[in-house]
Design a protein around this ligand. Structure first.
Ligand code: FES
Ligand code: FES
Length: 917
């Protein structure tokens, strides 16, 4: 600790110390920067997220709102000291055992809040746990496993960690292999490993949706600000001043040139010492912005004569998407029953608890970037193109990622820290503030959808016409992917004889919309799954039986003409909901006839499907696995774990493929210098694509080992010290590895295998095989609506998902519960308005009090293509939640919500409009 006066004396984790400095300094900064206790996380610096929770004399406080001067004489407990106490140790074990930590960025705050609870209430009920943890946000878990973990810790029951043996890893509820550092605060996120001698950056951003700008005398500016060292602008970019996740559409400038296209767009970056950057007021930067008229809506952008946001994109349309099968128009004209409707959804913010962060340093002619990301190899290519060097000269070392959900696929801090470190030859760091993160990074696309669906009188679907415009904001990001994925999925997993789906991604002067768990499919499901309910009602059919009657099977062609042949467990998902739905409806009915007052209960269902991986595009993953001379088997696993669990499930798959216990594998996690390209963590592709590559590589290594030992296919591989043993039919053979020979990676034996899902291009009508496999699912929502206030409380979600094979059931449940929580937020509360509410106080995400009990039903209809039958689950889990809730609101009230989120004012107004009819 620092020792100069004036200073504040306090205890941290039982150790006495003093810290000198401004008494108004945030305690979170003191802990992280002065004391190196980076287990205390910062998600907002405003008291909204609770990530910085520490104990002050045993009571939970937000360290970001506590001043250094307030802790004189106090005793502080941080995550690093939690294990000193029995409740702390029990909580850490219980979080690990139950899977209550996913990405882990909220975990220190959660654990400390839980510890404070157990100290005063050693046997809390669910209400007490909810109340105690209500100030800490978690965006990953859906909170259910956090409830479970706290209750488990309170019970005092010893933890039970599964230790699967040889060949039993797949299917085991194995605790997250990288989980211990998430519960003890040792995990290093983007802001945690910044070298003390790093310079820092501040980005100068446009305050207007559209503006012309001119930068003034930056040399005079630097001279007038001690500690600031340099300004970077577009003039400093030797390579390409543009980036984008789809190379053909890369259009976002690192620094705008003369004109900005959205509020929050970068125009310059200022580098300086940490103190100077902290002192620096961006308003003092010499730039003159001149606000220009902007296009804020899809209508405005499409209006005839509207100015073009990009000169080469006619009518402000980035891209069109289309799938057509049969004559949908004629089939709708001939349909015996037709329903139709218009639906609208808003921007949704990812609201991961970790704002974008990282640092870069130059190593000779190379640049190394340690930052949070979902896509290291894509980052490598884009950064190289921006700096003007070869991709091999860029090393991306992903830090732990405190939630991504799609937005950390796009570059954020990377080009700025790389550029500055390259020019200054010093480590350079950048950590986005919460408002900066929310203003400048991608969102879920707002959608405006019109849908018509036809059926025969006996309840068979005959046709659908779906059209949608997506507000893709100022730059392309994943707009083309959304526009192309949605037409393939808009029908849902139903037999649809005639179909037409058309989409457009439309530019506006708003923040770019990109990838967010589902790539537009959740928006389409909100429209279509509500209309399926309307159709069933119009037909006089039960809405679940209607879906079962029309459910896609393995032998039915999809709307793109693909026949999947196997691994289509949708009907099983729906059928699994029959019993729970019967009970839920009986309970809701009993409540409604007896309760009186303004509360009404309802039950709703919705189905989903989701193609795993890229749409009709190559998206390979490569896994390397090798045997070291000391007998270790090393798995180079480059699928970035953003909390979904790839570090664990890929290892489980590889262990079974080699035929060794999980503990015999040593993992090297994503690093572009050390791991082959496993593609991006998105589109529910890692378990499927990288998992299959791991299975292939594991089997290849096994074959090589057995071949070398001249052993049969059923032989057992056992670890030894400096050797391995092969047990074959009672004969033990020893492979002595010390003498090599070694390959270029230092392995005695190694395998490297690539898997690329078999797809075909889509023709002009969108016909073909866009995905090798689909995941399927259906949700049942039970809600209670206050018809006077318009408020909606979700009472329970039952989620049935066909995941092919549950590689790790605990992690699958975690994905489902987290997806449900995000779907609930999308249904009821979340809407981002650019320029307003760029903080976690105004932008509401579900808290622990908002997420109801969630029952996961795992259907395992194996995919012949996936590893050991497995499919992805990341996106799938979110898609049906919102339409199931909206259908339940209708069931409770008779009011149909066509504009989400279903905020109380919208629900109330829909109910009132019924009364006026
Ligand atoms: S960082 Fe302190 S509450 Fe968010
Ligand atoms: S595990 Fe809670 S925010 Fe990621």
């Amino acid at each position: 600790m620092l020792d100069s006066a004036p200073s504040v004396k306090f205890q941290v984790n039982g150790e006495e110390g003093r810290v000198a400095g401004d008494p108004l300094r945030r305690l979170s900064k003191v802990l992280r920067e002065d004391l190196g206790l980076t287990g205390t996380k910062v998600g907002c610096d405003a008291g909204d997220c609770g990530a910085c929770t520490v104990l002050l004399d045993g009571k939970p406080v937000c360290a970001c709102l506590t001043a250094l001067g307030q802790v004189e004489g106090a005793s502080i407990t941080t995550i690093e000291g939690l294990a000193q106490d029995k409740f702390g140790r029990r909580l850490q074990d219980a979080f690990l055992e139950t899977g209550a930590a996913q990405c882990g960025i909220c975990t220190p705050g959660m654990l400390l809040a839980a510890k404070a609870l157990l100290d005063v209430n050693p046997a809390p009920d669910e209400a007490a746990i909810g109340e105690a943890l209500g100030g800490v946000l978690c965006r990953c878990t859906g909170y259910r496993k956090i409830f479970e973990a706290v209750a488990k810790a309170a019970s005092g029951a010893p933890p039970v960690f599964q230790t699967p043996g040889r060949g039993n890893a797949v299917g085991a509820r194995l605790a997250r292999l990288d989980g211990r550092e998430k519960v003890n605060g040792a995990d290093r996120f983007g802001a945690d490993g910044i070298p003390p001698d790093a310079l820092w950056l501040k980005i100068i951003r446009s305050p207007y949706h559209r503006a012309a700008f001119e930068i003034g005398d930056v040399e005079a500016f630097i001279a007038a600000h001690p500690g600031l060292v340099r300004v970077f602008t577009a003039a400093d970019i030797a390579g390409r001043n543009a980036f984008g996740v789809i190379p053909a559409f890369a259009d976002q400038p690192v620094f705008a040139l003369g004109e900005t296209r959205f509020r929050g767009e970068a125009v310059a970056a200022v580098a300086g010492s940490a103190e100077a950057i902290e002192r620096f007021d961006p308003r003092s930067f010499p730039v003159a912005f001149n606000e220009l008229p902007h296009l804020a809506t899809i209508d405005a952008a499409l209006r005839e004569g509207a100015g073009l946001i990009h000169a080469n994109r006619r009518n402000n349309i980035l891209v069109h998407g289309r799938v057509a099968k049969g004559d949908a128009e004629a089939a709708l004209a001939n349909a015996e029953v037709v329903v139709e409707g218009d639906f609208e959804t808003g921007f949704v913010e990812h609201a991961y608890v970790e704002p974008e962060a990282g640092f870069a340093l130059r190593a000779g002619d190379r640049i190394e970037i340690a930052a949070c990301t979902q896509s290291p190899y894509m980052d490598r290519g884009d950064v190289a193109a921006i700096i003007g060097i070869a991709p091999e000269a860029v090393r991306i070392i992903p830090t732990a990622v405190g939630g991504g959900f799609g937005s950390k696929l796009d570059l954020s801090v990377q080009p700025y820290i790389a550029l500055a470190a390259w020019h200054l030859d010093r480590p350079v760091a950048l950590v986005y503030s919460r408002p900066e993160s929310m203003a400048s990074t991608t969102k879920r696309h707002p959608a405006r959808m019109r849908v018509r669906i036809g059926a025969s009188r006996d309840g068979r679907l005959t046709a659908m016409d779906f059209s949608a415009d997506f507000n893709t904001g100022a730059y392309a990001s994943w707009g083309p992917t959304v526009a192309n994925r949605v037409p393939v999925h808009a029908s849902g997993p139903y037999v649809m004889p005639a179909y037409r789906a058309r989409t457009r991604a439309v530019h506006t002067n708003l923040v770019p919309a990109g990838a967010f768990r589902g790539f537009g499919v959740p928006q389409a499901a909100i429209a279509v799954e509500q209309l399926y309910d309307e159709l069933a009602h119009k037909l006089g059919m039960d809405s679940l039986e209607f879906r079962i009657a029309n459910a896609l099977t393995a032998s039915d062609p999809t709307v793109t003409g693909q026949v999947l042949g196997a691994g289509v467990g949708f009907k099983a998902c729906l059928e699994a909901l029959r019993g729970p739905r019967r009970e839920a409806r009986a309970e809701a009915h009993a409540f409604n006839v007896s309760a009186g007052g303004p509360l009404r209960r309802g039950v709703g269902i919705a189905g989903m499907w989701y193609g795993c991986g890229n749409t009709s595009l190559s998206n390979p993953s490569t896994i390397r696995i090798g045997l070291k001379c000391d007998g270790r088997i090393v798995l180079h696993q480059g699928a970035v774990d953003i909390g979904q669990g790839s570090n664990t499930v890929i290892t489980q798959i590889a262990a079974d493929a080699v035929g060794v216990p999980v503990g015999m594998l040593h993992r090297v996690s994503a690093d572009t210098d050390l791991t082959p390209d496993c593609g991006k963590t998105s589109a529910s592709r890692q378990t499927f694509v990288t998992g299959r590559a791991a299975e292939l590589a594991g089997k290849s290594l096994r074959a090589a080992i057995l071949r070398t030992a001249n052993a049969g296919p059923d032989a057992i591989i056992r670890p030894g010290d400096g050797h391995i043993e092969i047990v074959d039919g009672g004969v033990v053979r020893t492979l002595d590895l010390a003498g090599g020979p070694f390959d270029t990676n230092g392995y005695v034996l190694a395998a490297e295998e690539t898997f690329d899902p078999p797809t075909t291009p889509l023709d002009a009508n969108g016909q073909g095989n866009p995905y090798a496999i689909y995941g399927f699912g259906a949700h049942l929502a039970e809600v209670e609506v206050d018809v006077e206030l318009g408020t909606v409380k979700v009472l329970k979600i039952t989620a049935a998902h066909d995941i092919g094979r549950a590689i790790n059931p605990a992690l699958v449940e975690g994905q489902i519960e987290g997806g449900v929580a995000q779907g609930l937020g999308m249904a009821l509360m979340e809407e981002f308005v650019p320029g307003r509410g760029e903080n976690l106080h105004d932008y509401l995400v579900p808290t622990i009090g908002d997420v109801p009990p969630i029952v996961s039903i795992l259907i395992e209809d194996p995919s012949p293509v996936g590893p050991m039958g497995a499919k992805g689950i990341g996106e799938q889990a979110l898609i049906p939640t919102a339409p199931a809730i909206l259908n339940a609101i209708f069931d409770a009230t008779g009011a149909r919500i066509r504009r989400t989120p279903a905020t109380p004012d919208r629900v109330r107004s829909a109910i009132l409009s019924l009364r006026l009819r």
